[in-house]
Design a binder for this molecule. Sequence first.
Ligand SMILES: [Zn+2]
Length: 228
Amino acid sequence: MADISELKQQLIEACKFIINTGVMSLSNHGNFSARVPDSDTFLLTAGGSFDSLGPDQIALFQMDGTLLDGAVEPASAEIVEMHGVVYRLRSDMGAAVHTHSPMATSYAVAGQSIPLIYEALARFDMTDGVPLAAYGPRGSRESVDNIAKAIETHTNIGGVLLANHGVLAFGADPMSAARANVIIEEAAILGINAGAIGKAEPIPANMVAYTQRRRDEFASAGVRKAQD
Ligand SMILES: [Zn+2]
C-alpha cells in the first residue's frame, strides 16, 4: 500500500498548489482523483472542498464506482462517475480535477467552448481548446454521457467545460491535472478580457505544430549553461 499513500500525498500537494494559484471559486469547492497505477482503481477526495485535506479524506474506488476503502460525503458520492469516465476513455490520463474556476465556468455558463486563443494551451497539448460538455445534473448519467462525448470527439485536450457547472481538467499525474486547470482558467481570463476590448483571436492554424516543435526542441536540448 506504499504506492497508495504516496499517491494520496501527491493529491494533497496538488490540491494545495491549485488553491495557492487562486483559481478556485469562492467556496473552494472541488474534487480531485488519481488513478492507482497498474490497477482498475482510483483515489478520490471524499469531501466537497480542498480545505484541510488529509489522507483520511481520500477514498478508494473501483473503476465501476464501487467504494473499496474510506467514506465519502454525499457531495463527492454524486460525482464518482464523472472522474471514472476520464480513466475509462483516456488510458494516458492518471488524474482528474473538478473545480468551479470562475472564468472558465463563465464560458461554461455562456454555453461556449474555449478556442485555441492562448499559447499555453498549445504548449500543454490542448490544441483542440477546451470543449463544452452539455448540461446534465452533476454526476448524472446524462452529464457523464455528455462528458464522454466531448472527450471522444476531441483528442488534444486537457479538460472539458461542464455547461452551467464548472471545469473537469485532467493530466498524466495530479500535478499535471492541477496545471491543466490553471491553464484553462488563464485562457478563460484572457479570452473574456480580450472580448471586452475587441475579440479573442485564435492562434493561426499553420503555426500550432511549429509552436509545439519549438517547445520540444528546447526541452530536448536541456538546460543551457554558460561556458567556463
Ligand atoms: Zn461541481
